[in-house]
Design a protein around this ligand. Structure first.
Ligand SMILES: [Zn+2]
Length: 153
């Protein structure tokens, strides 16, 4: 293991331990020097997730700055999965169904603004909708599906 001072494209310099033979370490160091540092990559991913959540009309999260950065990515992933599920469920049905299901998912997901709650759910992001859904949501869901079926006829 050899320590390299990598000067990343973002302008940060990071001491990095590299393993392998001399050629492998040099190649890895050269490749790393063409990338932004991990802190900047993570910050960029967090900003993208936060912007995506904001674009979907989701409210700001509460918690520490570190919790919020993590939770924004989890909430973004939960929304992505909900959108994918809506697309699957609406396949071959009236086109309004997907939009209605997606809007409903966003409405349900927007209820939980605790960053800690999202972090606690990190291993079960596919079930957050059922955790957050109210009996009224289930009634609304039935109405949305019935409306789409009626429109398809
Ligand atoms: Zn950086």
């Amino acid at each position: 293991m050899t320590n390299y001072a990598i000067h990343h494209t973002c302008g940060h310099s990071v001491d990095t331990n590299l393993t392998g033979n001399c050629q492998a370490r040099d190649n890895r160091a050269a490749w790393l020097a063409k990338q932004p540092c991990m802190a900047c990559v993570r910050a960029s991913e967090a900003a993208t997730a936060a912007a995506g959540n904001q674009a979907q009309g989701l409210p700001a999260l509460t918690g520490s700055e570190k919790q919020i950065v993590w939770a924004e990515q989890l909430r973004c992933e939960a929304m992505r999965r909900a959108t994918a599920a809506a697309t699957t469920q609406a396949a071959g049905q009236h086109e309004s169904l997907r939009d209605d299901l997606e809007a409903m998912a966003a409405r349900i997901i927007s209820r939980q603004v605790s960053a800690k709650w999202w972090i606690d759910q990190r291993h079960g992001l596919t079930r957050v909708l059922s955790l957050l859904a109210t009996p009224e949501d289930r009634t609304d869901l039935a109405a949305i599906v019935a409306k789409a079926r009626a429109a398809a006829k």
